[in-house]
Design a protein around this ligand. Structure first.
Ligand code: TGC
Ligand code: FAD
Length: 397
């Protein structure tokens, strides 16, 4: 049942293989704080926000207070100074509430704070990171363009060195947080085709962020364009420490990791709702949970969630040790999103007609997951990344 204002959220997360034994006390504390936060601040309101296509700007400061922004960024810059398993658990809990809310948090942490921390100057880190961590500022990340989605290397957004500033021209599309953002991390090419990153303040003259309307998915997340018409960017706003497409792709690795955990949160929510409903719903004078076909669905959901939990935990260990490869992250992102989408569909069926309403969370999760299976690299692009790793042959072009 989707929790309503004034109701208690009964969510219980499945842990069939006692994966909690693999977590530290700190991990469990972080998860428990975030779960309580989601039960208090997200699940009672999310259905209404999505129905109204409303981005709750007030959540940004609240995310800052609870430490959802940049959990792995060192505390000296306002981050949480935590490890990647804590980061994963935070994403899992937020996306249990809603993928759009997780988008807000993972864009801010992995796609805005991470590049400033990794590729920024000391001045940039000091100027922006603490204000992003606290939620005083909201950021967005502009890589995708109208004609360059899966193939960002073809981007046509350009910058020119004008001596005392850079001049930015072009457009980005499908950018999470854009219409509400204070700053954008923008990727653009110079005259030789080399990609560089910039911190661009959204109130700069010539820069607009029109909202994208009529989405059936991620309705509580604001999506928009970034349009640059002779935008003057101060020299000190270029990210100095890394150039080339590898820089944005490194950010994507961090965000894809968060999605691998997050989407299993959405899957857990669907499973939890389906298990409860199956025990309560009577047909043919029995709870539908007593029918073998319903038990098969529940057993398969739990099996897939458990497999993904173990994959994510091991991925988190490799992230912590710095041994992870991009292809390993691709496998987990791809597996988790597909698992979550299948579970949302099966859980929806267990709820019968009730499952199509906002009384239950599955349709919302399902529609959200249709974006998640496309952004941060489509399902097929991740398959091709794995194919390249296995064979040594790229099949992108
Ligand atoms: P390719 O030639 O393979 O690589 C170009 C350069 O990048 C390096 N590299 C990486 N570096 C770090 N991490 C990675 N994961 C990397 N992958 C590649 C590579 O070594 C090379 O470096 P160098 O020095 O030799 O130049 O690039 P390609 O053009 O063949 O493309 C490969 C491909 C298709 C896999 C890549 O472009 C890709 O991943 N495409 C998908 C695009 C994508 O994921 N876009 C996401 C946009 S952001 C978003 O969706 C946010 S949603 C947020 C939310 O709301 O949660
Ligand atoms: P295309 O690249 O046109 O792909 C269309 C289809 O062709 C897909 O099925 C794809 O798998 C397939 N395809 C493409 N190339 C190949 C190939 N070589 N081989 C086989 N099949 C192929 N981007 C950002 O930069 N920042 C954001 O914050 C952001 N937020 C987003 C929020 C939402 C809600 C959505 C929906 C998208 C967001 N994106 C963002 C954009 C997202 O990353 C892109 O949509 C995604 O990378 C795919 O690009 P595309 O939509 O242009 O699809």
């Amino acid at each position: 049942m989707q929790t309503k204002k004034g109701q208690k959220d009964p969510f219980e997360s499945p842990d069939f293989y006692m994966i909690d034994d693999l977590l530290t006390e700190e991990h469990k504390l972080v998860r428990s704080a975030m779960r309580d936060f989601v039960k208090l601040e997200i699940t009672p309101f999310i259905e209404d926000w999505c129905q109204k296509n409303y981005f709750p700007t007030e959540i940004v400061k609240k995310f800052g207070e609870i430490g959802a922004f940049g959990p792995t960024i060192p505390t000296e810059y306002g981050g949480g100074g935590m490890d990647y398993i804590s980061y994963g658990l935070i994403m899992q809990e937020i996306e249990r509430g809603d993928s759009g809310m997780r988008s807000t948090a993972s864009v801010q942490g992995s796609l805005v704070m991470y590049p400033i921390y990794m590729f920024g100057s000391e001045e940039q880190k000091k100027k922006y990171l603490p204000r992003l961590a606290s939620g005083e500022l909201l950021g967005c990340f502009g890589l995708t363009e109208p004609d360059h989605g899966s193939n960002p290397s073809g981007m046509t957004t350009t910058f020119k060195d004008m001596g005392d500033h850079y001049l930015l021209n072009g457009a980005k599309m499908w950018i999470s947080n854009a219409p509400k953002a204070d700053i954008a991390i923008v990727w653009a090419k110079n005259e030789t085709g080399r990609v560089y990153g910039f911190i661009v303040e959204t109130d700069t003259e010539g820069f607009s962020t029109p909202e994208t309307h009529n989405k059936w998915s991620l309705r509580a997340s604001a999506t928009g364009e970034l349009v640059f018409d002779n935008v003057k960017v101060p020299k000190e706003n270029q990210l100095p420490e890394k150039s080339g497409l590898g820089a944005p792709l490194m950010c994507l690795d961090s965000a894809r990791y968060g999605i691998a955990w997050g989407t299993i949160g959405a899957a857990m929510d669907c499973y939890d709702s389906a298990r409860r409903y199956a025990l309560e719903r009577i047909q043919f004078d029995k709870p539908i949970a007593s029918f073998q076909l319903i038990q098969k669905k529940l057993a398969e959901m739990l099996t897939e969630i458990t497999k993904a939990q173990l994959l994510n935990w091991k991925l988190g260990k490799m992230m912590n040790e710095g041994t992870v490869t991009s292809a390993q992250i691709s496998m987990a992102k791809r597996n988790s999103v597909e698992t979550a989408l299948n579970i949302a569909r099966e859980a929806r069926q267990i709820h019968g007609a009730m499952g199509i309403t906002g009384e239950y969370p599955m349709m919302r999760h399902m529609m959200n997951l249709e974006s998640v299976i496309t952004y941060e690299g489509t399902h097929d692009i991740h398959l091709l990344i794995l194919g390249k790793e296995i064979t040594g042959i790229q099949a992108f072009y």
